[in-house]
Structures are given as structure tokens and as C-alpha cells.
Ligand binder design. Structure first.
Ligand code: 13P
Length: 253
């Protein structure tokens, strides 16, 4: 079985001090040992999350990074800088980065490569828009995004995490239904098994993201997902801890 993961994506929320308070509360919670819990704060709160990670038994993640190792790139953050703050996971190609900040498939691919070279774990985000789903283009879009991001060897591919996040389900309270989630998971797994091996495909965690909350985590866990990428419902530490426990119970971990 692939590593089971629950990843909190705070997006552009919480200051350094608010992150510190969050981590103090999370440290009082019992997180399931079979699930790797990852907190992705804004860059400015990485230090606070890193300082509280050990006590809360969670890992540190970043929401983005540069496609270059260093240089004259005003405003960018390199993998080396993230590693110095004990970051382990980095989100790449989140739909908000793709749609609002013009991140192309090519940029996503460069980031994945650089992160792997830096021994950081890329969490490759994929997903179709509502228009693409309505136009029966979901499969084509996911294949295109996978093709672009994965000119990787089998060894490299086995070190990534994939998050399927249908754009229409993000921040909308419109979670994808079990059939839609299962179909996407099967498509991605099949793609990986065909490109690499069945064993490699099985070892890569594939998460679901998009309006995950306490009310739907149990039914989502019935789908072949290895965890979730959680936005809004991760902003309260007790709620997020509850979510990770509910996932572990539903998966019988
Ligand atoms: P919500 O859980 O708020 O829908 O956000 C999902 C997401 O984009 C996580 O990366």
C-alpha cells in the first residue's frame, strides 16, 4: 500500500503567530500514526510550522517553489531554502497557480524535476475545470497534465505524490462523487502502471482534493484514495486532526 497522507493547504491564510498557535493546538491532538500529516503554510509561516512539527508529529510542506535552484529571481523561493526549514513536501501545479499565476505544464515539469534533484517530494496537482468535464475532456486533460509533468524514470516517479483536484470542486462545497473520484484514481493508476510498472503505480500515493470535510471524508475514503489535500477544512487544527482520524478509521488503518 502507498503511504497514506493528509495534507493541509492553508493557501494565503495565517500569519507567523497564528501558525504558532495552530501548531500548539495540533500538538495536543492525537494524530493517527499510520497517516503522514503534512502542513503547508504560506512561506512566511514555515518557520513556525517547522518549530511545532515535531511536537505535533506532523511534517512540513510548502505550497510552491521556484523552478530554478538560485539566481536573480526576485520574490522566488528555492528548494534549498525550503530544505533549510525542514520542508519535506512541496505542492506543484495547484490549479490556483495554473489559472491565476500562469503556471504552464512546462513550468510544472521543471519544478518537479528540480524538487526531485533536491530530494524534496513533489505533490503534483492535477484536475479538470468544469467546462472540461462538461465537454467530456476529463481523461484527456489528466493525461496531458501527466504526460507533461512525468518525463521521469521509474525510480524518480516512485518518489512523487499525485493529488487529483477537480477545479470545480475546490472551495465550492461541491465534492466530486464516489464514482467520479474512483474513475479519476483508476485512470491515474492505470496511466502510471502502463508507463512504469504496476508495482510503481501502487507505490505512488494518489490523493483527492476539493471540498473535503468531516461530513464527506468517510465516503471519500471508500474510494481508492491514499489520502486528501485539504484547503478550508484544514484551517482549524482540531477540525483537521478530526479529519485525519476519521480518514484513518474509515480506511481501517
Ligand atoms: P478546499 O478544500 O477548500 O476545497 O481546497 C482544496 C484545495 O485546493 C487544496 O489544495
Amino acid at each position: 500500500m502507498a503511504q497514506q497522507l493528509m495534507i493541509a493547504n492553508w493557501k494565503m491564510n495565517k500569519t507567523h503567530d497564528q501558525a504558532k498557535d495552530y501548531m500548539d493546538i495540533l500538538a495536543q491532538e492525537r494524530l493517527p500514526s499510520q497517516v503522514e500529516v503534512v502542513i503547508c503554510p504560506p512561506f512566511t509561516a514555515l518557520g513556525a510550522v517547522a518549530a511545532g512539527a515535531k511536537a505535533s508529529l506532523s511534517m512540513v510542506g510548502a505550497q510552491n517553489c521556484s523552478w530554478a535552484a538560485s539566481g536573480a529571481l526576485t520574490g522566488e523561493i528555492s528548494p534549498e531554502m525550503l530544505m533549510a526549514l525542514t520542508v519535506k513536501y512541496v505542492l506543484v501545479g495547484h490549479s490556483e497557480r495554473r489559472s491565476l499565476f500562469g503556471e504552464s505544464d512546462d513550468i510544472v515539469a521543471r519544478k518537479v524535476q528540480l524538487l526531485l534533484q533536491s530530494a524534496l517530494i513533489p505533490v503534483l496537482c492535477l484536475g479538470e475545470t468544469e467546462q472540461e468535464r462538461d465537454g467530456n475532456l476529463t481523461e484527456e486533460v489528466l493525461r496531458r497534465q501527466l504526460d507533461a509533468a512525468l518525463p521521469l524514470t521509474s525510480d524518480e516517479a516512485s518518489k512523487i505524490v499525485i493529488a487529483y483536484e477537480p477545479v470545480w470542486a475546490i472551495g465550492t462545497s461541491r465534492t466530486a462523487n464516489g464514482e467520479q473520484v474512483t474513475a479519476a484514481m483508476q485512470l491515474i493508476r492505470h496511466y502510471l502502471a502502463t508507463k512504469y510498472t504496476a508495482a510503481t503505480a501502487e507505490a505512488i500515493p494518489i490523493l483527492y482534493g476539493g471540498s473535503v470535510n468531516l461530513g464527506n471524508i468517510a465516503s471519500l475514503a471508500e474510494c481508492p484514495i491514499d489520502g486528501a489535500l485539504v484547503g478550508g477544512a484544514s484551517l482549524n487544527p482540531q477540525d483537521f486532526a478530526n479529519l485525519t482520524r476519521s480518514f484513518a478509521v474509515a480506511k481501517e488503518l
